[in-house]
Write a protein that binds this ligand. Structure first.
Ligand SMILES: [Zn+2]
Length: 645
């Protein structure tokens, strides 16, 4: 989705029996800062540094090798180190007493085997890897784990050359929320930050890139080394391997893509440096050296993923006219909100996403003007309202209770759009100057830290509410963070850019203006979306033909506009749009764009047959999370799924 950066796909339905547990409220009060989605005993041991030495085997769809972990011992009497894993085959665990890491250096005799075992598998969390470590007064422990991933690893996607739309196979990781444990055994919680080094072995004719220092000039020789000097949470560790080429777009920006996309992508993302400068002016220096973009295959399930120094971006934002680049503003904004100051647990995701949506709109305003910003805000509000109508009240709060649930269920519009509205509200109440100063000090104060909702609220109280008393009450803040829905005092976006469009649609529907006579030559993508998204439930075939002939929707180059049109194609059984519908579903894998189409198709018996047939063809191209989500739509069992993201 336009602003979505992470797993934009809600998993289908409640997981196991857990929804009932939540609903009955049987659980103890939630403990702020406790990560309910990790087994790691981080109060006894803290991993501070990783060293990866991995081979990416695209023939067998596995990654294997070793990880070295430097671990700060917080409890001298602790006897077990617990790491998170999921579907990993652990072959050896060794310990080293000296202060030298070197995952590759196992030949040295100082490594000593340590007993270990895997606990029983939890369907959501995976398996705890328990390593025996005798009590010690040493400040730091060095552990090396040899392992291999499963071909079904939840954090990896393997694409054939054909599926990747190129000449070589493509592999990439998606570690957010808890995918990292499926390809690295580690403390998989955003509360722990690590620096890392990596040596990645691949086939000779592909290139590996990571969320780290990348060398665009590195020779393609099958061995790539990376250093990530800034400490990041595990969900930001990322790797991609494919037939990648590089094109510079500025002194510290560039694009990695398969050759067929490289030129278009570099042109589309040419404003990235301007965006960085706008963001730096507002929120303080960019702290990550370079900012590059990796253009993913079309099956990438999300809009983008804010992997530090190297955002992973869907090609569906390449429209030829920069109309969808708010996704870039969003992923870039994460360099402050999310990557610099991170959510401590998945309950606190709104600190990442609400802040980032807000920063995104500030960047869009600075680079493209207020009119564009307001249209995007208005479309965002429409999505939020639609989503709120489908969500239970307890899932409409910013600080959501995710216990016994898959943390991916947090990725609704709420942390994004409601979070953004909360910051817009504070901005309006305190004024740009005071609020911007607050934000700059917030990013500085918590830089390279992971924080909870409650830590933020304390900081907000001390540095804004109490400094300018009588402006915003504590209760008002609580209503935003812990209450459902949109508080009545919200400051909502307004734009006159949509009134023109609504009027034109109305005049056409009333038969007053033929479609070809509507003056659309100044319309931008956001206005076209507004035009299509508010069409009545049914149109006649001749109306569909008229629209298509006047505006060529069936062949739109803009994936978002095409999406809105295809919904009408399905709803109105418009045959000339059918081929495009099926091609779209067989190539695009972005959950936000395809799940609503499958849902719409399932509303009629003929559509259901078509949906199942197309899905059977398209399935191998989709990411596992999207496969699961489409499965739940086309073969519903029990509770149906409630998000169209
Ligand atoms: Zn995001």
């Amino acid at each position: 989705m336009i602003r979505l950066c992470v797993a934009s796909v809600m998993l289908a339905g409640p997981i196991g029996a857990t929804a009932a547990t939540i609903a009955t409220g049987d659980l103890a009060p939630i403990q702020s800062g406790l990560d309910y989605h990790s087994f790691a005993n981080i109060d006894q041991f803290r991993v501070t540094r990783l060293e990866l030495d991995l081979r990416v085997d695209s023939t067998n769809k596995v990654v294997y090798g070793a990880v070295g972990l430097a671990i700060k011992r917080l409890d001298p009497s602790a006897t077990e180190l617990v790491l998170d894993t999921r579907d990993l085959d652990i072959t050896d665990v060794t310990e080293k007493a000296q202060d030298v890491l070197g995952a590759t250096a196992k030949t040295e005799t100082t490594w000593v085997s340590r007993p270990f075992h895997l606990e029983r598998k939890d369907p959501i969390l995976g398996q705890a890897l328990v390593i025996d470590l005798p009590p010690s007064k040493r400040a730091t422990e060095f552990i090396r784990v040899e392992y291999q991933t499963s071909p079904n690893a939840s954090g990896l996607q393997w694409l054939t050359a054909k599926q990747a739309g190129g000449h070589k196979p493509f592999m990439y990781t998606e570690s957010e929320a808890i995918g990292a444990r499926s390809w690295i055994p580690l403390q998989d919680t955003p509360g722990v930050r690590v620096t890392y080094k990596a040596t990645i072995h691949t086939d000779n004719d592909v290139r590996a890139v990571m969320s780290a220092q990348n060398d665009p000039k590195a020779k393609r020789n099958g061995e790539y080394t990376f250093v990530m000097p800034e400490a990041v949470p595990s969900y930001l560790i990322a790797l991609a391997v494919g037939d990648l080429e590089f094109k510079e777009t500025g002194p510290r920006t560039g694009v990695y893509a398969q050759k067929s996309m490289l030129k278009q992508a570099a042109a589309e993302f040419a404003d990235t440096e301007s965006m960085i400068q706008a963001a730096e002016k507002l929120f303080g220096p960019y702290r990550w050296d370079r900012y590059d973009i990796l253009v993913m295959p079309a099956s990438f399930p999300e809009g983008g993923m804010e992997n530090p120094r190297l955002s992973f971006i869907t090609p569906t934002v390449i429209a030829g006219d920069k109309s969808l680049v708010s996704v870039i503003a969003h992923e870039l904004a994460h360099s402050w909100s999310g990557n610099l100051v991170s959510n401590a647990t998945w309950r606190d995701l709104w600190l990442n996403e609400g802040f980032t949506d807000y920063l995104e709109s500030r960047i869009m305003k600075a680079v493209y003007g207020e009119r564009r910003e307001m249209m995007e805000l208005a479309l965002g509000l429409q999505s939020l309202r639609k989503n709120l109508a489908e969500l239970k009240p307890e899932d409409q709060v910013l600080a959501i209770d995710l216990r016994n649930r898959n943390p991916d269920e947090v990725f609704t519009e709420v942390p994004y759009e409601k979070g953004r509205l909360f910051l817009i509200y504070l901005d309006a109440k305190f004024g740009h100057d005071r609020f911007d100063e607050f934000l700059r000090s917030y990013f500085e104060h918590f830089s390279f830290k992971s924080i909870t909702t409650e830590e933020f609220l304390k900081y907000l109280q001390d540095n804004l509410l109490d400094r300018f008393p009588g402006t915003v009450s504590r209760d008002a803040v609580k209503a935003w963070v812990y209450g459902p829905g949109i508080p009545p005092d919200a400051v909502l976006p307004t734009t006159d850019a949509f009134a023109i469009v609504d009027d034109a649609r109305g005049a056409w529907l009333d038969g007053k203006t033929p479609a070809k006579n509507i003056d659309t030559h100044e319309w931008v993508a956001q206005q076209w979306l507004q035009f299509l998204n508010h069409m009545p439930a049914t149109l006649t075939t001749s109306q569909m033909v008229e629209l298509d002939q006047a505006f060529g929707f069936t062949h739109s180059a803009n994936a978002e506009i095409e999406h809105s049109w295809l919904l009408l194609v399905i709803r109105n059984h418009y045959q000339p749009g059918n081929v495009r519908l099926e091609t779209y579903l067989e190539t695009v894998g972005r959950g936000k764009l395809i799940l609503p189409l499958y849902k719409e198709m399932m509303k009629t018996p003929a559509g259901a047959v078509q949906a199942k047939r197309v899905f059977a063809l398209a399935r191998p191209v989709y990411h596992p999370t999207v496969q699961a989500a489409v499965d739940a739509i086309v073969t519903p069992a029990g509770d149906s799924e409630n998000s169209d993201e």
